[in-house]
Design a protein around this ligand. Structure first.
Ligand code: CP
Length: 341
């Protein structure tokens, strides 16, 4: 049992550095299970309610995978139209009902604050899988876990980090949550690159400035940026008032190998919360970067499983019992031989 047991995970605001260290230490201990070297049935009999009222590939499936890897079962609802919310049922009532069917709930919803509202009616812990343009705490945790690992690989730590965040910083909830988490560390240099219309919200700027970090704000990539991390984002077209408005910005922040070489160091780690918009006109993160060893986007997605396993184990109070319920894996798995993503 720990401070996490039985509690919701709704915002990164609830974490301090000790909590993050604990989550990351449990996440690292999940590696043998994610790599299929061992299996565990520690959550045998437990049910995850995986409620996604907005499109998702990674978050939804990795929550489910993480729960299955701990031995639990997953019940899923996707899309607003296939739930009784479409008939006018409130989030409170939905929470009262679905928390009767589950031991823990992961939820995504298009409205800011909706997951917290849902949690008020829930009888079981709720984990925020993204609420509108507000927050995406588990993505921020897996991003920070990835940053830490990638920097360790380059002989550095998070304190003193220089991160360039690029693109739609207004609607991109992942950069909001990640910025808040990074503010817990020392001497971070944030370079925020976006058109003014898509700038980081003022309340996040205030948090960065009040924590005494260095801030550079610009509208385009300029010179060699000396950044440790280049964090590219997608234009969040679903949050714009119209498609026409979103189209004005598509392709504006292209990153390909030539642009990367011009503006970043040879070791700058390239991150993106994904999905990357791979349509021709988006020019977001070109395929010619796929073989660049600094492209960490698929290491981020793999790390998402570890972090979400850790959050389930901690929230359900079994983090010290995982290996006690360990068993051998008897099937062939390519994952066992993968070294670095
Ligand atoms: N990063 C992320 O939230 O991806 P999905 O929308 O696919 O879940």
């Amino acid at each position: 049992m720990s401070e996490f047991t039985g509690n919701h995970i709704l915002s990164v605001n609830q974490f301090d550095r000790d909590a993050i260290d604990k989550i990351f230490s449990v996440a690292a201990s999940m590696q043998p299970y994610a790599k299929r070297q061992k299996r565990t049935t520690v959550l045998d009999g437990a049910i995850l309610g995986n409620l996604f009222f907005e499109p998702s590939t990674r978050t939804r499936v990795s929550f489910g995978t993480a729960f299955n890897l701990l031995g639990g079962e997953v019940r899923e609802t996707t899309g607003m139209q296939s739930s009784a919310l479409a008939k006018g049922e409130s989030l409170y009532d939905t929470a009262r009902v679905l928390s009767g069917y589950s031991d823990i709930i992961a939820m995504r919803h298009p409205s800011a604050g909706s997951v917290s509202e849902f949690a008020e009616g829930s009888r079981v812990p709720v984990i925020n899988g993204g609420d509108g343009a507000n927050e995406h705490p588990t993505q921020a945790l897996l991003d920070l876990f990835t940053i830490k690992r990638e920097l360790e690989y380059n002989g550095k730590g998070v304190d003193g980090l220089h991160i360039a965040m690029i693109g739609d910083l207004r609607y991109g909830r992942t950069v909001h949550s990640l910025s808040k988490l990074l503010c817990l560390y020392k001497n971070i240099h944030f370079t925020l690159i976006s058109p003014q219309e898509l700038a980081m919200p003022d309340y996040i700027i205030d948090i960065i400035e009040n924590a005494g970090h260095r801030l550079t704000i610009t509208e385009q990539l300029e010179g060699n940026m000396d950044a440790d991390i280049c964090y590219q984002t997608r234009i969040q077209e679903e949050r714009f008032p119209s498609q026409e408005e979103a189209n004005k910005y598509r392709g504006r922040f292209r990153l390909n190998q030539a642009i990367y070489t011009r503006h970043f160091q040879s070791k700058t780690v390239i991150m993106h919360p994904l999905p990357r918009d791979s349509r021709m006109e988006a020019n977001e993160l070109d395929n010619d970067l796929n073989l660049n060893p600094n492209l960490a986007i698929f290491r981020q997605t793999d790390n998402g499983v570890l972090v979400r396993m850790a959050l389930f184990a901690l929230t359900l109070g079994v983090e010290d019992l995982v290996s006690k319920y360990e068993r051998d894996v008897i099937w062939y798995s390519q994952k066992r031989s993968e070294i670095h993503g």
